[in-house]
Ligand binder design. Structure first.
Ligand SMILES: C[S@@+](CC[C@H](N)C(=O)[O-])C[C@H]1O[C@@H](n2cnc3c(N)ncnc32)[C@H](O)[C@@H]1O
Length: 264
C-alpha cells in the first residue's frame, strides 16, 4: 500500500530522515566540499560588496553553507524549523575556535519570521521553498521579503519544474556510508498540482522505516511572477552555482533578486 504523504515531514527528521541524519557529524554536515565551494564562489562576490551586513540562511538545515560563510567572517544567522539541525550548528560553533559567535542559529518557521528589515542578504537554497499550498508558499516569500532591508539581495535556489516533467527518476536508491542500510526512493510528479512526491523506505539492521514528502515545483516563469508580485526585482537567473545559462533541462533555478529601496 502507498503510504500517505506526511504533511509536515520536515518537523521530525530524527524518526524518518536517514539520508540526512545517517551522515550527520561535525566533520561532515552533509554537504560535500565541492558543493560548498561552488556556493561560496557564487555568493561571496555578492555579499562581499558589503561585508558588514547581516546575512540570513533561511532553512539552514545542519548549516553546511552557513558555517562556511561564518569561516569567511560574515555575520550570519541561520533559521530552521528542525531543532536537531539548530542544536547541531550550536555544537559546531561552541567546538570550533575559528567560528567566533557565528552562525547564530534560531529555531523558527519561515511562514512567520520574527524580524523586520533586518538582513542585507538572504539566501534560501537546496529546495527549501514549495513545501506548502500555493497561497502559503507566496506568503512565505512575502515574509522573507519583509525581513530583507531595502536594496537588500536575495538568492534562491529551487528545483526546476520543467526538469522534473522531462527527466524524473522514478526509482532510485541510496546506500548509506556505514553500509548497514539502504534507502529505496520512489518519486512521482503530479502534473496537475505540479508537485513532486517522494517515498522513502530504509532497510538494514535497524527497524524498517518509511517516510514521504511532497513539494510544489515551480517553473521559472512562475517564480519570476511570484517574486515580482512582492516587489523583488530579478537581477539574474542561472541553471546552477557555476552560472550556467538556465534552460528547461536545468535541474535547478538559481535566482538573484533585489528589494527596491525605500525611495523607489
Ligand atoms: C531540503 S532541506 C535544505 C537545507 C539547506 N538549505 C541545505 O541546502 O542544505 C530543507 C530545510 O527546510 C527546513 N524547513 C522545512 N520547513 C520549514 C519551515 N516551515 N520553517 C523553517 N525551516 C523549514 C527543513 O528542516 C530543512 O532543513
Amino acid at each position: 500500500m502507498t503510504p500517505a504523504i506526511d504533511k509536515e515531514w520536515w518537523r521530525d527528521l530524527n524518526s524518518h530522515y536517514p539520508p540526512y541524519l545517517g551522515h550527520l557529524n561535525h566533520n561532515n554536515p552533509i554537504k560535500t566540499q565541492t558543493e560548498i565551494d561552488a556556493f561560496l564562489s557564487f555568493v561571496d562576490p555578492l555579499i562581499g560588496s558589503d561585508p558588514g551586513q547581516r546575512v540570513l540562511d533561511l532553512c539552514c538545515g545542519p548549516g553546511g553553507y552557513a558555517i562556511a560563510l561564518a569561516r569567511k567572517k560574515y555575520k550570519i544567522w541561520g533559521i530552521d524549523i528542525n531543532q536537531t539541525f539548530i542544536r547541531f550548528i550550536r555544537e559546531a560553533v561552541s567546538q570550533s575556535k575559528d567560528l567566533g559567535q557565528y552562525p547564530e542559529s534560531i529555531v523558527g518557521d519561515m511562514r512567520k519570521l520574527p524580524f523586520k528589515n533586518a538582513f542585507g542578504f538572504i539566501y534560501s537554497i537546496g529546495t527549501s521553498f514549495g513545501f506548502f499550498d500555493d497561497q502559503t508558499n507566496s506568503k512565505t516569500l512575502q515574509s522573507m521579503a519583509d525581513i530583507l532591508k531595502p536594496n537588500g539581495t536575495v538568492v534562491l535556489d529551487c528545483g526546476n519544474r520543467d526538469f522534473y516533467v522531462r527527466h524524473l527518476i522514478e526509482k532510485d536508491w541510496i546506500r548509506h556510508s556505514d553500509n548497514q542500510e539502504v534507502t529505496i526512493v520512489k518519486r512521482r510528479f503530479d502534473i496537475l498540482k505540479s508537485r513532486m512526491e517522494a517515498e522513502f523506505e530504509t532497510f538494514g539492521f535497524k527497524a524498517k522505516r518509511r517516510w514521504s514528502f511532497s513539494w510544489r515545483a515551480y517553473s521559472l516563469t512562475e517564480m519570476i511572477h511570484l517574486l515580482e508580485d512582492i516587489g523583488l526585482q530579478i537581477q539574474a537567473v542561472y541553471g546552477n552555482w557555476y552560472k550556467e545559462e538556465f534552460s528547461r533541462d536545468s535541474k535547478r533555478i538559481v535566482l538573484v533578486c533585489k528589494k527596491k529601496g525605500q525611495d523607489i
